[in-house]
Design a protein around this ligand. Structure first.
Ligand SMILES: CC(C)(COP(=O)(O)OP(=O)(O)OC[C@H]1O[C@@H](n2cnc3c(N)ncnc32)[C@H](O)[C@@H]1OP(=O)(O)O)[C@@H](O)C(=O)NCCC(=O)NCCS
Length: 277
């Protein structure tokens, strides 16, 4: 792909010697494709996820090319940011409902028609948010995070972003996942379709997850991110720390636990109010 070659070439150049006149039109075209969802920071590839490192390079190139200037807003608000990433210019016909009150979608993010955004929330560059997903108040969709169809990102759910290092996989939330309130999902974690992340669960690259049902432990390995299996219901738990002193002090560490796999009761407790959409 010619676009990929151009991005790689500009990315390799010394940022101080970058030819802005040549690079800016390529970056703008790149951003158009990102906005349309035609190119993605990560995409499904035969059941797994493949990171498109060059797409992340393209986004980083935008930061190198940008100069910080005043962003046009309604007074008294004033913002200052890189001119290469203005506020995404959505129209009524795009079909995304944005309730007023401090929400921003940064240019270079794909947001499908029928997505609902409750204020305040933020979607960063390179993120991909698919149809009928609800992004509730105080939720963050970090840079390059990939969010599937009919996902509910509950209030204050934090989906971490990842632009650097270039080789790292963004967080992936597959179709029909419920991400509960006050959760945090970081460092390339993959939540497979239909899973439920109970309120308050934190998942990072260093978090082991204990599966009570299958009696297995899931954790990030050198070449594989932490993967939460399809339909798993994860709740916050704790486990005792071994060792005489820790036991004497009664210490434990927080540990997400898979208590069950989705059943009719889970679906009832996670059902969304259709009339809100
Ligand atoms: C995970 C969740 C969906 C419950 O799923 P469920 O399938 O109905 O779970 P169940 O009620 O069958 O619970 C299974 C077991 O886990 C326990 N459990 C469930 N959720 C728990 C939680 N969040 N914390 C601790 N324990 C929990 C239950 O007590 C039960 O244990 P028991 O069998 O010993 O009684 C729910 O707890 C949750 O976190 N929902 C998200 C709420 C939210 O964030 N809403 C956002 C609004 S913006």
């Amino acid at each position: 792909m010619l676009m990929q070659e151009d991005i790689e070439r500009f990315y390799r150049q010394d940022p101080k010697a970058l030819n802005r006149e040549d690079a800016l039109p390529v970056f703008e075209e790149f951003k158009t494709l990102l906005n349309r969802g035609t190119i993605r920071a990560a995409e499904p590839a035969s059941g797994l996820w493949k990171t498109n490192h060059w797409v992340k390079k393209g986004i980083l190139l935008g930061f190198r090319l940008g100069v910080t200037n005043e962003v046009e807003t309604v007074p008294p608000f004033r913002f200052f940011d890189k001119n290469t990433f203005p506020i995404k210019n959505l129209a009524l016909s795009d079909g995304v409902r944005i309730v007023p009150g401090g929400s921003t979608i940064r240019d270079g993010a794909f947001v499908a028609a029928s997505v609902v955004c409750m204020p305040p929330m933020y979607i960063n560059v390179g993120a991909y948010v698919d149809e009928q997903t609800m992004i509730d108040s105080h939720a963050l969709v970090g840079s390059c995070a990939q969010i599937g169809k009919r996902v509910h990102l509950s209030a204050a759910a934090q989906i971490g972003g990842v632009l650097e290092p270039i080789g790292s996989l963004p967080v992936i939330i597959e179709d029909d996942v419920l991400v509960g309130g006050n959760t945090g999902i970081y460092e390339g974690t993959i939540v497979q379709r239909g899973a439920v992340i109970g309120a308050g669960v934190i998942l990072t690259g260093g978090t082991p997850v204990f599966d009570l049902v299958r009696q297995k432990t899931y954790r990030k390995e050198r070449d594989r991110p932490l993967v939460i299996p399809e339909h798993a219901v994860v709740i916050p738990g704790s486990r005792q720390i071994a060792g005489e002193w820790a036991e004497k002090e009664g210490l434990s560490v927080a540990t997400p636990i898979i208590v069950k796999y989705r059943d009719a009761k889970t679906s009832a407790s996670t059902a969304l109010e259709e009339s809100l959409r």
